[in-house]
Design a protein around this ligand. Structure first.
Ligand code: SME
Length: 169
């Protein structure tokens, strides 16, 4: 399945349909794996692993969690990929902007984003989605970086947002 996304000979419409379908399947698979498991670390680790292993355009995939001891600071949580930075202040970089505004940040060119934090110089584009709990409190942000420019579109955003809502709300 993942190989199909690299096949530049397929029409973009087909690719998008395929990708949306894969996100929908993953939502079901993740819900099934996590059925009855309340632990947040286990839930985050499973989401990061299953998404990272499903898509070739994902390069670094993981959570920055709101630090309970420093409520305006994110600390790295479960992730897949090369070494990530440990802490990010609210308002700093793409993750900090998502935490500050509570809005998904989709960045086609990270080099053009003011204050972008380059944990890995291969990162070219990224999407960061805020994660809320059932009380409406910000729990974490989910960060996906790609080594390809403009790797994330509205289908990725919708797919990721749906999975996060279903897993943590
Ligand atoms: N790209 C993020 C920093 C975290 S990492 O790259 C793993 C940002 O600017 O928010």
């Amino acid at each position: 399945m993942a190989e199909a996304f690299n096949d530049k000979t397929l029409a973009p419409g087909f690719l998008n349909q395929d990708k949306a379908a894969r996100y929908a399947e993953l939502a079901d698979e993740i819900a099934s794996v996590l059925d009855g498991e309340p632990n947040l670390t286990a839930r985050m680790a499973t989401v990061a692993s299953m998404l990272a292993s499903s898509f070739d355009h994902y390069f670094w995939t993981g959570f920055y969690v709101v630090d309970p001891d420093k409520p305006r600071e994110l600390v790295v949580g479960p992730y897949q990929g090369s070494l990530g930075c440990l802490r990010i202040a609210f308002g700093r970089g793409v993750c900090g902007a998502a935490a500050e505004t509570g809005q998904t940040q989709r960045v086609a060119d990270v080099h053009a984003f003011p204050g972008h934090i380059a944990c890995d110089s291969r990162s070219e584009s990224e999407i960061v989605v805020p994660v809320f709990d059932a009380t409406g409190a910000l729990l974490a942000v989910f960060d996906v970086d790609s080594d390809r420019p403009a790797a994330f579109d509205a289908i990725d955003q919708d797919g990721i947002e749906r999975i996060l809502r279903a897993t943590f709300l």
